[in-house]
Design a protein around this ligand. Structure first.
Ligand code: ADP
Ligand code: ADP
Length: 228
């Protein structure tokens, strides 16, 4: 089955007044794809990511993750599924500043179902994957923005998710570090992980093999994105 399948998924915040943040639409993202989602501020990009990440529940339609109809799940089942299948990467790195890179990655696993004794090895493996194997004991306060984001990506990878959801992952980085992070995401994608990357930067959006544009809560594909 596809990793993400939206069947007329929509989300209206009840208000008052009600806000139709994401208008009903279909979308299929298959395993191994790298898609970018672009649109102006307030267009519904975060709402899309929150639905795909099981943080928000659609008010209409069905969202299937890896073939599982998420509308039928209890809250605890949604949380478990999110922890096992999805890694999140945000613009702000959300690292604990006084914990080492390794501890930041290990601590995130407290909420998943990785057995305690496996966590140090998982953390080492994830940090090696983002080419920070030599910096496992470094504190985030002593790292560059690019290194911090790579720690955050390692944290997202520790549970071995099938899907990486990235919300403006290069938004706080200079162009050199942004490029390094994009290349890392491309490498991870080539290794088999499905990547969905949200951005308002058209140059970043162009890195996707598919680009979805969201405007006023409506998704469209393969159109000119220059108007954003
Ligand atoms: P983007 O990420 O593209 O900036 P959002 O998904 O955050 O857009 O927002 C889409 C629309 O939904 C906006 O009009 C925003 O004001 C509205 N919105 C977002 N969250 C809420 C909420 N909790 N309640 C009501 N409206 C919301
Ligand atoms: P933005 O990308 O707009 O700067 P944030 O990165 O701060 O926003 O967070 C976006 C949303 O994701 C927020 O609702 C926040 O509560 C939630 N969030 C932040 N970190 C995590 C996480 N590690 N796991 C799950 N949800 C998170």
């Amino acid at each position: 089955p596809p990793v993400i399948e939206f069947r007329q998924v929509g989300l209206t915040y009840p208000g008052p007044p009600p806000v139709e943040a994401f208008r009903p639409g279909d979308l299929v993202v298959r395993k191994g794809e790298f898609i970018t989602v672009v649109g102006p501020s307030g267009s519904g990009k975060s709402t899309f990511l929150n639905i795909a990440g099981l943080l928000d529940t659609p008010t209409t339609g069905s969202f299937l993750l890896d073939g599982i109809d998420t509308g039928r799940l209890k809250d605890t089942q949604r949380t478990t599924l999110r922890g096992r299948r999805i890694g999140f990467v945000f613009q702000a790195f959300h690292l604990l500043p006084h914990r080492s890179a390794r501890e930041n990655v290990e601590l995130a696993m407290v909420y998943g179902d990785v057995p305690r004794r496996e966590r140090p090895e998982r953390a080492r493996e994830a940090l090696a994957r983002v080419r920070l194997g030599h910096r496992t004991d470094a504190l985030p306060t002593r790292m560059s923005g690019g290194e911090r984001q790579r720690v955050a990506i390692a944290r997202a990878l520790a549970a071995r998710p099938s899907l990486l959801l990235c919300d403006e992952p290069t938004g706080n980085l200079d162009s050199g570090n942004a490029e390094a992070v994009l290349q890392l995401l491309e490498t991870l994608n080539a290794e088999g992980i499905t990547v969905v990357l949200i951005t308002h930067d058209l140059a970043v959006a162009a890195r996707g093999r598919r680009t979805i544009t969201i405007r006023d809560g409506t998704m469209s594909e393969n159109e000119q994105v220059a108007a954003c």
